[in-house]
Design a protein around this ligand. Structure first.
Ligand SMILES: Cc1cc2nc3c(=O)[nH]c(=O)nc-3n(C[C@H](O)[C@H](O)[C@H](O)COP(=O)(O)O)c2cc1C
Length: 332
């Protein structure tokens, strides 16, 4: 009965109670965090590179660990940019293993999600695709996805360029459920986007400041203490703008890609090498920065939702408080 009061197309598709997704986060998604969000009635999304490379689990064993922590649905993120054949083959294997282990909710980012949608649909699962504008959403719809995740200009990670309001207006006519990603730090933000007509919310930054996330205490405190003005976009991590806290390390390095990198990112051939160099370098730097207590040396990703985050708390408490606020606001 309680679940029904919060039902949206997202909760029905994913088989969950609260329309709240803990989005994939490299390097912050660890199994305990993903499982805690799912156990509380939302859905945690596994980031495969974070699970294996950062947190040291064999992919299948990591999924089984989560299964021991919760019997409720978990999701998986598939970044499907066609950058290398080896990566694509690895991703195909990860998706097959996830399907074998019972995962039925997938969030795809970048690239054409058709091949993921085909595999997932064959076993009755669903695919939601991250988009920042209508052009990409149309491709995803043509690729057969079930829903869209609208990444707006306040998001942590690779932010979009449009506001939550504008994205909903652009994407709603496509006829699929739309989930809001970006800028949701407290329960009032959550209730507000659901009232606007979103089918759910995907949060990242809020869940870093939780007991279950393995990020360092300094990173978590950095999120609690930061205000909206402390969030800047830097190209220094991946070559495209990523939202980070303006720590002394970011101020020292600057936020623009260097001249050589910029030149290489423009070239038709060199841009692929440059992106690979960036990808490898940022995977390593972010992994190192996750556990270290050093704003002087590290880059910490976070979005403008820091404005609404005032405490480090259990992930399940976030889900329950947000659900309660929505229930109250919907008069359920
Ligand atoms: C530290 C961090 C890492 C992220 N890594 C990924 C990722 O690996 N894949 C992905 O699809 N999205 C990633 N995101 C985006 C989140 O899944 C989510 O869409 C976003 O954080 C929502 O905005 P919010 O941080 O304001 O809640 C990341 C976000 C953060 C904050």
């Amino acid at each position: 009965m309680e679940g029904a009061a919060l039902a949206t197309p997202l909760t029905r598709a994913a088989g969950i109670e609260v329309p709240l997704v803990c989005g994939a986060m490299y390097p912050c998604s660890n199994p305990e965090l993903v499982a805690a969000v799912s156990e509380a009635g939302g859905i945690g999304v596994v980031q495969p590179i974070s699970l294996t490379y950062v947190h040291g689990h064999d992919f299948r064993e990591g999924l089984r660990l989560m299964r021991r922590l919760t019997s409720k649905p978990i999701g998986m993120n598939a970044l499907i940019e066609q950058s290398s054949r080896t990566y694509r083959e690895r991703m195909e294997r990860w998706i097959d293993v996830a399907l074998e282990e019972g995962v039925r909710f997938f969030v795809t980012s970048l690239g054409n999600p058709r091949w993921v949608a085909d595999r997932v649909k064959a076993v009755g699962g669903v695919v939601y695709h991250d988009v920042t504008e209508r052009k990409w959403a149309e491709k995803a719809v043509a690729g057969g996805v079930h829903g869209l995740i609208a990444v707006n200009d306040r998001a942590g990670g690779h932010a979009g360029e449009r506001s939550a309001e504008r994205l909903l207006e652009e994407l709603s006519p496509l006829g699929l459920p739309v989930v809001c990603a970006g800028g949701i730090g407290d329960e009032r933000d959550f209730a507000r986007v659901l009232r606007m007509g979103y089918a759910g919310a995907q949060l990242g930054t809020r869940f870093i400041a939780t007991h279950e996330c393995r990020a360092s205490e300094a990173y978590k405190r950095g999120i609690v203490e930061a205000g909206e003005k402390d969030i800047v976009l830097t190209e220094r991590l991946t070559g495209v703008p990523v939202a980070v806290i303006n720590t002394p390390s970011v101020r020292r390095l600057g936020t623009k890609a260097g001249p050589l990198a910029r030149f290489m990112l423009r070239g038709r051939r060199t841009k692929h090498w440059m992106r690979t160099i960036y990808a490898v370098r940022s995977l390593w730097a972010l992994k190192r920065g996750l556990l270290r207590d050093s704003p002087e040396r590290d880059t910490w990703q976070a979005g403008k939702s820091v404005a609404g985050i005032d405490r480090i708390e259990p992930a399940g408490d976030v889900v329950r408080r947000f659900a309660e606020a929505w229930r109250a606001s919907a008069g359920a």
